[in-house]
Design a protein around this ligand. Structure first.
Ligand code: NAD
Ligand code: DAU
Length: 352
C-alpha cells in the first residue's frame, strides 16, 4: 500500500480517485481537513476497503510513526500543504508550519521507518514530494521555460515555503540516503478545485453574476495542466523515476490570465447562457497581487525523455470538461462556499 498526505485536497483527491480506479493497491490517506480539505471529494470511496482515511496532521510525529509502523507502506506521496499564494501573503505562518515543519516531521518519520526495512523493501521504498514550479521564480517574456537545473528564486511566502521543503527532501536523500523523488508541477485545473484559485473562482463567480476579479493587467502567464495529467505524471515518476532526481511536470500550455478568463466566459456562454448578456461583461480589473510573478512555464522534456510521459489533454479539452464539471456539481460548490469561504473572499477582495 501507499501513504498519501493531503489526499482530501484538490490534487490529492484526484490522485487517490485515479489511483484506485487503476489499481487495487490500498491507500492510507492522511489529511488534516483544513479549509481546503474536503471529505466529500472522496465520497465515492465510502465503504471501499482499499481506502483508509485518517484525519490528522503531518506534523504529529507520533501519529505518522504509528501509521507507518501499522500499515508499512511501500511509498509516501506527499501532497499536504498550504497551497494558495494570496493566503500566504495575508498569513504566512501556516505555510511555514505545514510546508516546512510538517515536511520536516514527515521526512524524519519516513527516515525512521525506512531504517527498519531490509533488503528489497528498503531499496524499493520511495518518498515522493509533490512540489511546484513557483520555486524557480518568475520568467521574462523571452526566457526559456523552467528546467530542473534552474536556480531556485522563490518570491512569495508560499513558494519560499515550498522551496524550503524541496531543499529538506534533497538533503534527506544526500545525507541519510532516503530514496526520494521530487516533482515540480505547473498550475493545475480540473474537477474538485477549491474556488479560491483563478479558474474555479471565475466559474462560480460568473454563474452567480458576480465580478470576475482580474489582478493587475491580466497579462501574467501560467502553464496550465489538467489535474488528471498531473496525477499520471506522478504515477510515472513514482514507478520509474530515478531516486534523488527532480522532474518538472507541465502542460506545454502557456496562457495569459485574461485569456483564461475569456475562455471560461465563452464556454459558459455556450453551455449556460445568461439572459443578462455575455459573461465577459463581469470582467473587472482589480489591484494586483503584491510581488506577483509575471510568467511561469515548464520544460517537461526530462519526464518525457526518461519516462515517456506527456499530457493527454489539450487546454481546449480540459477546460471544457472542467466547466462542465462545475455545472454538474452545483451542490459541491454550495457546500464549499461556507461561512469560512465567505470570510476569505471578504479578506482578499474587499480592499482591492
Ligand atoms: P489544496 O490546498 O487543495 O489541498 C491541500 C490538502 O492538504 C488539503 O486537503 C488539506 O486539508 C491538507 N493539509 C494541509 N495541511 C495539512 C497538514 N498539516 N497535515 C495534513 N494535511 C494537511 O492543495 P492542492 O492544490 O491539491 O496542492 C497539493 C500539492 O500540490 C501541494 O503540495 C502544492 O504545493 C502542490 N502543487 C499544487 C499545484 C496547483 O496548481 N494546485 C501545482 C503544483 C504543485
Ligand atoms: O504554478 C503552480 C502553482 O499554481 C501552485 O503551486 C499553487 O499551489 C497554485 O495555487 C497555483 O498558484 P497561482 O498563484 O499561479 O494560482 P492562482 O489560481 O491563485 O492564480 C493564477 C493566476 O491568476 C495568478 O497570476 C493570479 C491570478 N488571479 C488569481 C485570482 C485568485 C487573478 O487574476 N484573480 C484572482 O482572483
Amino acid at each position: 500500500m501507499i501513504l498519501v498526505t493531503g489526499g482530501a485536497g484538490f490534487i490529492g483527491s484526484n490522485f487517490v480517485l485515479d489511483w484506485l480506479a487503476q489499481s487495487d493497491e490500498p491507500v492510507i490517506n492522511l489529511d488534516a481537513l483544513t479549509y481546503a480539505g474536503n471529505r466529500a471529494n472522496l465520497a465515492s470511496l465510502d465503504g471501499d476497503a482499499r481506502h483508509v482515511f485518517v484525519h490528522g496532521d503531518i506534523g504529529e510525529r507520533a501519529l505518522v510513526d504509528q501509521l507507518l509502523a501499522t500499515h508499512r507502506p511501500r511509498a509516501i506521496v506527499h501532497f499536504a500543504a498550504e497551497s494558495h499564494v494570496d493566503r500566504s501573503i495575508h498569513g504566512p505562518g501556516a505555510f511555514m508550519k505545514t510546508n516546512v515543519e510538517g515536511t520536516f516531521t514527515l521526512l524524519e518519520a519516513a527516515r525512521g521507518f525506512w531504517n527498519t526495512l531490509d533488503g528489497a523493501d528498503k531499496a524499493a521504498f520511495r518518498f515522493h514530494h509533490v512540489s511546484t514550479d513557483e520555486v524557480y521564480g518568475s520568467l521574462k517574456p523571452t526566457d526559456p521555460p523552467f528546467a530542473e537545473t534552474n536556480a531556485y528564486e522563490p518570491n512569495s511566502p508560499y513558494s519560499a515555503s515550498k522551496a524550503a521543503s524541496d531543499h529538506l527532501v534533497r538533503a534527506w536523500h544526500h545525507t541519510y540516503g532516503l530514496p526520494v523523488l521530487t516533482t515540480n508541477c505547473s498550475n493545475n485545473y480540473g474537477p474538485l478545485h477549491f474556488p479560491e484559485k483563478l479558474i474555479p473562482l471565475m466559474i462560480v463567480n460568473a454563474l452567480a453574476g458576480k465580478p470576475l476579479p482580474v489582478y493587475g493587467d491580466g497579462q501574467q502567464i501560467r502553464d496550465w495542466l489538467y489535474v488528471k495529467d498531473h496525477c499520471s505524471g506522478i504515477r510515472a515518476v513514482l514507478a520509474g523515476g530515478r531516486v534523488g532526481e527532480t522532474y518538472n511536470i507541465g502542460g506545454w500550455n502557456e496562457m495569459a490570465n485574461i485569456d483564461i478568463v475569456k475562455t471560461v466566459c465563452a464556454l459558459l456562454d455556450e453551455l449556460r447562457p445568461d439572459p443578462a448578456g455575455p459573461y465577459a461583461r463581469l470582467i473587472t480589473y482589480v489591484t494586483d497581487r503584491p510581488g506577483h510573478d509575471r510568467r511561469y512555464a515548464i520544460d517537461a522534456r526530462k519526464i518525457e525523455r526518461e519516462l515517456g510521459w506527456r499530457p493527454a489533454e489539450t487546454f481546449a479539452t480540459g477546460i471544457r470538461k472542467t466547466v462542465q464539471w462545475y455545472l454538474d456539481n452545483a451542490a459541491w460548490v454550495a457546500d464549499v462556499q461556507s461561512g469560512a469561504y465567505k470570510d476569505w473572499i471578504g479578506t482578499n477582495y474587499s480592499a482591492r
